[in-house]
Design a protein around this ligand. Structure first.
Ligand code: SF4
Length: 379
């Protein structure tokens, strides 16, 4: 008998160590599955022609990113068309693969395939990656873990980069009218514009177009860089956004500067904190999230950051660090299982102290265990 805690610990181990498998493994699987489309990052050492799933389903509603690594005790084999997970040579568990969204394969009126515009988060949450660029790359100041530019110029280049209002409205109608899965939330992510005018044109306008056709109106979550003029935070709320995340990524001020040099030099640590507090006042307590990446700073610093934000009515949105090949930190080690469990145990206690705190998604997501902790899976 395995418990939910066992499944969460398995996810922690898979995110820390990765899993090995032959490059052509999934060609031996006879069913269809939702494959990794490389929306903003490429974490596995595979070629685009090797179709691999975006996530693995571990059981108990828990999913995990699939990170292919060679020096790991974990491996995958396909046997009798089942995905078997092994720990060294011992069979550990049978895993499932994510289902391809039923609306994939449909074409928009102008011939654009819907899967070139809709970015599915986790196992089934539809959304969009608006403005998939970031001016920090041009200034040679990208965040160390980010491979947005390299990925979108290569494996992710089939994705639409300009979202016209017609396409986004049409795609939204299609997935909302499809009964494949209940959709509790639409997830939006954006790159970083240099100016607020560009932000209004490339981000706020398409959000408004999407919100206008939403029927029924459902929560819309946005992960973005905060605007220069905080007034745009009000505009985002008016456009239909219901919860918002501005990810500081690292709580320690000095490590923040080394990890996110663009954010530090061209925006600023203090202004980032101010933007979160401003957003909290606009969206309300616990409707604003601040993401920290586990493994880029000492665990005590991440834990202090979590407390700092929760005390201010700002939710946590964690990400467990994993290397992206085309990023500055492409060779940095992943956090150990012990480090991850140390932060997770502290977060579990903090959720008891702050019962109003919630997770962005009401389901498990691929590179974080926020949902599993919030559900009490570590108790
Ligand atoms: S702000 Fe950082 S994480 Fe966001 S797109 Fe730019 S480089 Fe990537």
């Amino acid at each position: 008998m395995t418990s939910k805690r066992d499944t969460t610990e398995l996810k922690v181990s898979l995110l820390s160590n990765g899993v090995n498998f032959p490059l052509d493994l999934f060609e031996r699987y006879s069913g269809d599955f939702y494959e990794n489309l490389y929306v903003y990052g490429k974490t596995s050492r595979v070629k685009k022609e090797h179709r691999i799933p975006q996530v693995l389903l571990l059981g108990d509603g828990v999913i995990s990113a699939l990170l292919r690594r060679e020096n790991t005790p974990w491996s995958l084999r396909i046997e009798e068309n089942k995905v078997n997970l092994y720990h060294n040579s011992t069979h550990f568990r049978v895993l499932e693969l994510p289902e391809k969204p039923a609306y994939f394969g449909k074409l928009l009126g102008d011939g654009t395939p819907i899967e070139s515009i809709v970015a599915v988060a986790g196992e089934d949450t539809p959304g969009y990656f608006l403005f998939p660029q970031c001016y920090y790359f041009d200034k040679k100041l990208p965040c160390g873990f980010c491979s947005l530019k390299g990925t979108r110029n290569n494996e992710g280049k089939h994705f639409v980069t300009e979202y016209n209002e017609g396409n986004i409205s049409e795609a939204t109608r299609i997935f909302q009218n499809d009964d494949w899965r209940h959709i509790p939330l639409i997830s939006l992510t954006t790159g970083t514009t240099e100016t607020d005018d560009e932000n209004r044109e490339k981000i706020i306008k398409p959000i408004k177009a999407m919100y206008d056709v939403c029927d029924p109106k459902i929560p819309i979550h946005l992960l973005a860089h905060p605007p220069n003029d905080f007034g745009l935070i009000d505009e985002l709320k008016e456009a239909g956004v219901t919860t918002i995340a501005f990810n500081l990524e690292v709580f320690d001020r000095e490590i923040f500067g080394k990890t996110c040099p663009g954010k530090e030099k061209l925006y600023g640590y203090d202004k980032w904190i101010d933007s979160l507090e401003y957003a909290r006042n606009v969206f309300g307590d616990f409707n604003v999230y601040c993401g920290l990446v586990w493994g880029l700073e000492p665990p005590e610093s991440t834990i202090n950051g979590h407390r700092y934000f929760l005390e201010r009515g700002i939710n946590l949105a964690s990400n467990i660090f994993h290397t992206d090949q085309k990023s500055v930190f492409g060779n940095m080690p992943h956090p150990s299982e012990n480090l991850i469990m140390k932060i997770a145990t502290a977060q579990d206690k903090m959720y008891d102290e702050f019962p109003e705190a919630t997770t962005i998604f009401p389901v498990s997501m691929r590179s974080t265990i926020d949902w599993e902790i919030r559900q009490g899976y570590l108790k």
